[in-house]
Design a protein around this ligand. Structure first.
Ligand code: AHR
Length: 522
C-alpha cells in the first residue's frame, strides 16, 4: 500500500528530472565556438604534421623506391609522383626505417654499392626477403628531395651501442674518422644534418619486450654515445608508452638522469574500433563501426592529457616534448593482400579521424611537439596508395593538405560547446575544432562534424580581431565509406566551402554531415 502511495510522487520527480536533463541537452544543442583571436602563446610545431615510412609491405619498396632503372618516373630511384604529392603537404619530417623493423635493422647492410648489399629477411612484416637497396644514402636523398627533416630510429633492441654511435658519426661527422672516410668512399663528401634521433621503437613490445626500468637504463647508455657532431644537434626521442601505460611515462620521467638524456618521449596510439573483437574493414562498415571508430580515436585527447599531466609534474617547463610518432587507423588488410603488409584502403572515415587527431594535437601543442601518421604510402592510414605506375591520393592526404596552414602558426585557444552525436548505446562529441594565427594575422579555423547523418549549424564568435573576409575548403562525400580508387573518378576531394556567413564579429557556419572544413579569416 505504502509503495503505491509514493508511486505518483516518484513518477513526478522522475518526470521533472527527465525534463531538466532534456532542457540541459537542448541548451547544449546551441552549437557555439568562441575564438580568442588575440590570445595564444604556443606555436603549433610543423612537426605535428610529420610522417612515417617503414620497411613494411609496399611502403618503401614500390611505394617510394622503384630503383633508378624503373620505367616509373624517378629521381635516383625515388618516385617523382610520390615526392611531388608529399611536397604539396609541406611534409616537415619523415621517420624511418621503422617501427618494429628499426630494432632489427643493421644500417651497414644498407650502404655501399647496391649490388654488394646483403639480402635480409624482414622478420616482423611478412617474412619477405629484401635486398637493402634502400638504405641510408637513399633515405637522406629522399629527405633532401622532400625538403624535410630526417627522423631516424636507431636499433636499441638488437643492435650494439657502437653500431648506433657509428651510424650517427657516419651521417653527421665532419672530422677525419673511419666512418666519415666510409661515407666519402660511398659518394657523400659532406655530412648530412639529422635533426631527430629515436632511441629504439616500442621497446615494451617488438623492440625487446623490456620493462620501463630496464629500457631507461639502456636508453641512457645509448643516448650517451649518440653525440652532437660537426655542428649537428640531435633531438633524442626515447621510446614512450603504449597507449595508456602511464607507468611507463612515470618511470621514464621521474628520474632526472633519464630526463637529461632525452628531449622527447614517444607515444604510440592506434585507432582500433573498441568492442568489436576484430579490426573491421576499411571500406565495408556500418554506422555502429563508424561511431566506434570515432569513440576510439577521441581517446587520444584523454591519453595526451594524462601523459602530459605526468610530464608536467617532472618537467613543468615542457623541455621534453611528447612525440606521438605513430598514430592512425588500423583496420583489416584489404582482401587478397598479404596479412603482414598492412595494406588498407582509406575512406571519408579516415579523413574525419585524421582531422579529429590533428585538432587534438594542435590544441595540445604546448606539450605535443611532433606526430607521425602511420604510414606515408601503402601501409595503414596512408596518404598515398600506389599500384605499379598508378597513384591515388587518399581522403587523409587531403586533410593534411587542408590543415597545413596550421604549421608553425600560433595556436588560438577556443571554447567549443556542442551537441552529442549518438548511435545506439554510444555517444561522442559531434564537433571537433582548432584554430591558429599566422604571423600576418590571418586566422585559420578547422572544424569537423563527426555526425554522419546530421548537418550542424554553428555560431562562431571572434573576439580580439576584426574579420572582413572568410574563405574556406570542405572535404566530404555522399557516403561515409566513399574512397578514392585506382582508375576511378575521385570520390573524396576538397572543394570551395560556401557555408560560412560573416555578420560583424559573428560567423554562422553550416557544417554538412561527416565533413571537414578549414576556414581562412582575414
Ligand atoms: O606501424 C606498424 C607498426 O605498428 C610499427 O612497426 C610498430 O612500431 C607498431 O606496432
Amino acid at each position: 500500500m505504502k509503495k503505491l502511495k509514493t508511486f505518483p510522487l516518484l513518477f513526478l520527480v522522475i518526470c521533472f528530472a527527465h525534463e531538466d536533463l532534456c532542457s540541459q541537452e537542448n541548451k547544449q544543442k546551441q552549437n557555439e565556438i568562441v575564438i580568442n583571436a588575440d590570445f595564444g602563446k604556443y606555436k603549433i610545431s610543423r612537426h605535428i604534421y610529420g610522417h612515417f615510412a617503414e620497411h613494411l609491405g609496399r611502403c618503401i619498396y614500390g611505394g617510394i623506391w622503384v630503383g633508378p632503372d624503373s620505367p616509373i618516373p624517378n629521381t635516383r630511384g625515388i618516385r617523382n609522383d610520390v615526392v611531388t604529392a608529399l611536397k604539396d603537404l609541406y611534409i616537415p619530417n619523415l621517420r624511418w626505417p621503422g617501427g618494429c623493423f628499426a630494432d632489427t635493422y643493421h644500417w651497414k647492410d644498407g650502404i655501399g654499392p647496391r649490388k654488394d648489399r646483403p639480402s635480409i629477411v624482414n622478420v616482423h612484416w611478412g617474412g619477405v626477403t629484401e635486398d637493402n637497396s634502400f638504405g641510408t644514402h637513399e633515405f637522406m636523398d629522399l629527405c633532401e628531395q622532400l625538403g624535410c627533416d630526417a627522423y631516424i630510429t636507431g636499433n636499441l633492441g638488437s643492435g650494439t651501442v657502437q653500431e648506433m654511435a657509428e651510424w650517427v658519426e657516419y651521417l653527421t661527422s665532419n672530422s677525419e674518422s673511419p666512418m666519415t672516410s666510409l661515407r666519402k668512399k660511398n659518394g657523400r663528401e659532406e655530412p648530412w644534418k639529422v635533426r631527430f634521433w629515436g632511441l629504439g621503437n616500442e621497446n615494451w613490445g617488438c623492440g625487446g619486450n623490456m620493462t620501463p626500468e630496464f629500457y631507461a637504463d639502456l636508453m641512457r647508455r645509448y643516448s650517451t654515445y649518440c653525440k652532437n657532431l660537426g655542428g649537428n644537434k640531435l633531438v633524442k626521442i626515447a621510446c614512450g608508452p603504449n597507449g595508456s601505460d602511464f607507468n611507463w611515462t612515470e618511470v621514464l620521467m621521474k628520474e632526472p638522469k633519464n630526463r637529461w638524456m632525452m628531449q622527447g618521449l614517444a607515444l604510440h596510439y592506434y585507432t582500433v574500433m573498441d568492442g568489436w573483437g576484430h579490426k573491421g574493414s576499411a571500406t565495408e562498415f556500418n554506422e555502429w563501426e563508424w561511431i566506434s571508430t570515432m569513440n576510439a580515436t577521441l581517446k587520444m585527447e584523454e591519453l595526451i592529457t594524462r601523459h602530459s599531466t605526468i610530464m608536467d609534474k617532472y618537467d613543468p617547463d615542457t623541455r621534453i616534448g611528447l612525440y606521438v610518432d605513430e598514430w592512425g587507423n588500423w583496420f583489416d588488410v584489404e582482401p587478397g593482400t598479404e596479412r603482414g603488409f598492412l595494406y588498407q584502403q582509406n575512406s571519408l572515415r579516415d579523413a574525419v579521424v585524421a582531422a579529429v587527431n590533428l585538432n587534438i594535437f594542435n590544441n595540445h601543442c604546448d606539450r605535443v611537439k611532433m606526430a607521425n601518421i602511420a604510414q606515408t604510402v601503402n601501409v595503414l592510414q596512408a596518404m598515398i596508395l600506389t599500384r605499379k605506375e598508378k597513384i591515388v591520393l587518399t581522403p587523409s592526404y587531403y586533410v593534411f593538405r587542408m590543415f597545413k596552414v596550421h604549421q608553425d602558426a600560433t595556436m588560438i585557444p577556443l571554447t567549443l560547446k556542442c551537441e552529442d552525436y549518438r548511435f545506439e548505446e554510444k555517444k561522442v562529441t559531434a564537433l571537433s575544432a582548432s584554430a591558429s594565427r599566422k604571423e600576418d594575422g590571418t586566422i585559420h579555423l578547422s572544424l569537423t562534424n563527426l555526425n554522419p547523418n546530421k548537418p550542424i549549424d554553428l555560431k562562431c564568435e571572434i573576439r580580439g580581431s576584426k574579420v572582413f573576409k572568410v574563405d574556406g575548403e570542405i572535404l566530404t562525400a555522399p557516403n561515409m565509406n566513399d574512397y578514392n580508387d585506382f582508375g576511378q573518378k575521385e570520390e573524396v576531394y576538397p572543394v570551395e566551402f560556401k557555408g560560412a556567413k560573416l555578420n560583424g564579429e559573428t560567423l554562422m557556419i553550416h557544417l554538412p554531415a561527416k565533413s571537414i572544413v578549414v576556414l581562412e579569416l582575414k
